[in-house]
Design a binder for this molecule. Structure first.
Ligand code: CA
Length: 240
């Protein structure tokens, strides 16, 4: 039973109680193993073997997060993410195979939040599921006014455009600041270079190498105070 104090916290309460995770995977054995593990970890699991059933489920039932295999018969995982995104705002994690960099990027650009590479360990997947549920539930994010963004000891104020690391101001160029803002707003999400260009530059008519150059300088200035992970062939993720 929900106590009155907790009833208003919505998703945060349901995470503890067992958030509902939709698993979209056509291979029955994999779907079963995944589902069983998530149930054991305290989640409520809904299963779909193809895109059409997945779309039906999200229309009819509350789903807090979806795990979507890229390789599906009929509507593939990337198209499914695109279709889901029209009225489904919960996090989506893609299951991808080794060497599917292009599909991974396409999936992120279609609106997926993250991906794991098969074969993955169950604890690895569950850790990503929890991280995205926390983020979606508003946990561990910056202050409510929206101008302060924080990760570890790195803090920015988007109004005054001041960046501090462990309390000391750090001089960032305009692009570096914009790039860091995007990373902090999307903390924990995998972002393709194209997404970063689109959001920090406002254009994709710049070579993707530009992102790497600015990212290298940003990392140099921030030092080890914040962990910006390179996602090979894909882009970057600012770790929680
Ligand atoms: Ca599959």
């Amino acid at each position: 039973l929900l106590s009155p104090a907790r009833a208003g916290t919505g998703l945060s309460w349901r995470i503890m109680e067992g958030a509902s995770v939709l698993v979209v995977e056509d291979e029955r054995a994999q779907r079963y193993v995944l589902g069983r593990y998530l149930v054991k970890e305290g989640f409520q699991v809904l299963e779909a073997e193809d895109g059409a059933s997945a779309l039906k489920i999200v229309r009819e039932k509350p789903v807090d997060l979806a795990v979507v295999d890229i390789m599906l018969p009929g509507i593939d995982g990337i198209d499914l993410v695109r279709l889901l995104r029209s009225d489904f705002s919960a996090p989506v994690i893609l299951l991808t195979a080794r060497g599917e960099e292009a599909a991974r990027v396409a999936g992120l650009d279609a609106g997926a939040d993250d991906y794991v590479i098969k074969p993955f360990s169950m604890p690895e997947l569950v850790a990503r599921v929890r991280a995205h549920l926390r983020r979606a539930g508003g946990f561990g994010t910056a202050s409510d006014d929206g101008s302060q963004l924080v990760a570890g000891e790195v803090e920015i104020d988007t109004d005054s455009r001041i960046c501090t690391v462990a309390g000391s101001p750090v001089e960032l160029s305009r692009r570096e600041f914009d790039l860091l803002t995007v990373l902090l707003r999307r903390k924990g999400r995998a972002l393709s270079r194209e997404q970063l260009l689109h959001e920090a530059w406002g254009t994709t008519h710049v070579t993707e190498k530009t992102v790497d150059v600015h990212m290298a300088r940003l990392r140099q200035k921030l030092g080890s105070r914040v962990h910006i992970r390179s996602l090979r062939g894909v882009g970057y993720r600012l770790e929680d």
